[in-house]
Design a protein. Structure first.
Length: 55
């Protein structure tokens, strides 16, 4: 796999997980916390995908 694949998969998985976390405490899928955590999860996934692509 090339590095772009890792970065894109990390962004997708991170944003989905980040968006789902607020649902655990009853917030909606389009709440502010869901959007913010989706962004944070996506950025974290990009970072992790980039780091994994270097190994």
């Amino acid at each position: 796999m090339n590095s772009n694949s890792f970065v894109w998969m990390g962004a997708a998985v991170g944003s989905v997980i980040g968006a789902y976390v607020p649902a655990l405490w009853g917030a909606g899928m389009f709440s502010y916390s869901s959007i913010i955590l989706s962004t944070i999860g996506g950025l974290g996934g990009i970072w992790l995908g980039f780091k994994l692509s270097r190994y």
